[in-house]
Design a protein around this ligand. Structure first.
Ligand code: SF4
Ligand code: SF4
Length: 427
């Protein structure tokens, strides 16, 4: 069978395993940090003050679209109004010390309605980090003919999404059926890497209403525009959304979380993660209480902080470097990479040698060296002429560049300067 895919991009590294690692449950630390913005859009308003007690599952903060719940029973010991999140934005963060009890807030009957429960549990669509309530409401408004469940992990064949499929198959299938119930699509596709298909058939009872589509294990196949194109053959302008074509895509983790909060009546206070542990070079799938500081994760893995030179949150080609090991695990994180000093890439000041490798791998058929060159020299109008906003920041170009030019960072700078320029022009 010829697998669906796209022609550029990078083949994923082969996995030494024949199936995903089962999840390990990381115990909650004594102190947790819960930023009240762990999603796209406005942050949540704090609902508790310093020294108030809190129960597991109780809302710590809420907005009109989402909620942050407490992963533990304990006490609020600090309310920091100037916490800087992953993207440099200031938000409020609550510090909680756990009492060790696991008593849980009872849900009131009104919260059992599905959309209320999604708001009360603050589910976000993993991958896009959009509040699920917003994404579902918009999808219902537009009408969904095709529902896509994205079971592809970024850069790893057997990451946490594959592990949810294989180790929590019933929960995952229940979650997909909840999404089908809400959106009433005509067709539902479940996208998986080809290596996961036999495992899925072995472990999960796939409903007849779900078509499972195996895809070639390539980066960045998990990105929405490439996924939509591989499954439906349709393309959409990146400034709009696949909803204009009647297509909605949700991550497989979102489906699994839905089943957990609705069928099992659990709070949304833990995060499935893939962690790349440098020593031994190993990939592990963890379920971590939200708010757990990264340094606690390192302790759990049996490593000391000196053995780690850099922590990257997100995929190895696309992630963001953290400035502190005190930073907590949040809903936006899917992967964490602990890098040793010898694995760090040193970006050079070398000039482009016009080898063209970056052009060959770009899945969006752009000219990365031109976008980066124009952005770094301030010629952002020229970068706009070469479609800089079509770049999905997949990192393929920087990965293959023989002189290590930080192409993605320059493209990000160019986009940001151009956005400011466009905003100023509009005033
Ligand atoms: S230019 Fe953008 S889309 Fe193309 S390879 Fe580089 S990061 Fe990916
Ligand atoms: S891969 Fe690097 S050196 Fe080669 S053309 Fe692209 S930017 Fe230039």
């Amino acid at each position: 069978m010829r697998l669906r895919s796209f022609s550029e991009g990078l083949l994923l590294p082969r996995s030494s395993r024949s199936e995903p690692q089962p999840f390990e449950h990381v115990p909650a630390p004594e102190t947790l940090f819960l930023p009240l913005k762990q999603h796209q859009g406005a942050g949540c308003r704090p609902l508790l003050k310093k020294e108030e007690t809190v129960q597991r599952g109780q809302a710590l903060g809420q907005s009109s679209e989402t909620t942050i719940q407490s992963p533990v029973t304990g006490q609020v010991v600090e309310v920091d109004k100037e916490f800087r999140n992953l993207y440099g934005t200031l938000t409020t963060s609550l510090t909680i010390t756990a009492s060790g009890e696991m008593e849980q807030t009872k849900q009131s009957p009104a919260e059992s309605a599905i959309m209320d429960r999604i708001l009360h549990c603050g589910v976000i669509d993993s991958g896009s980090a959009q509040p699920l309530l917003r994404k579902l409401s918009k999808s219902q408004e537009c009408g969904v003919r095709t529902l896509i469940i994205n079971g592809l992990d970024e850069f790893f064949i057997f990451g946490s999404r594959a592990a949810l499929l294989v180790h929590y198959p019933e929960q995952t299938m229940e979650g997909i059926q909840i999404l089908q119930h809400i959106l009433q699509p005509e067709v539902t596709y479940l996208a998986v890497y080809e290596q996961s298909l036999p495992l899925l058939r072995e472990h999960a009872a796939i409903p007849d209403s779900v078509s499972t589509i195996p895809l070639r294990a390539k980066h960045p196949q998990h990105k929405e525009p490439l996924l939509v194109s591989a499954l439906t053959g349709q393309e959409y302008p990146l400034e709009s959304s696949p909803l204009e074509l009647g297509i909605a895509s949700f991550s497989l983790e979102t489906a699994s979380t839905l089943a957990r909060i609705i069928q099992q009546n659990q709070p949304n206070t833990e995060k499935p993660l893939t962690v790349l542990d440098p020593e031994p070079e190993d990939q592990r799938n963890l379920i971590v209480p939200l708010g757990t500081p990264i340094k606690h994760l390192l302790q759990y893995l049996g490593r000391n902080s000196e053995s780690v030179a850099k922590v990257i949150v997100g995929g190895p080609l696309t992630g963001t470097a953290l400035s502190s090991l005190d930073y907590p695990v949040t809903k936006e994180m899917d992967q964490i990479h602990f890098q040793k000093a010898r694995d760090q890439i040193r970006f050079s000041s070398e000039v482009c040698i016009k080898c063209g490798y970056c052009v060959e791998v770009c899945p969006m058929r752009l000219m990365p060296f031109l976008l980066s060159g124009y952005s770094s020299t301030g010629l952002v109008d020229m970068a706009a002429n070469y479609d800089i906003f079509t770049c999905i920041e997949c990192g393929c170009c920087a990965y293959v560049c023989p002189v290590n030019i930080p192409l993605v960072q320059w493209i990000q700078v160019g986009k940001s300067r151009l956005s400011t320029h466009i905003r100023n022009e509009a005033v």
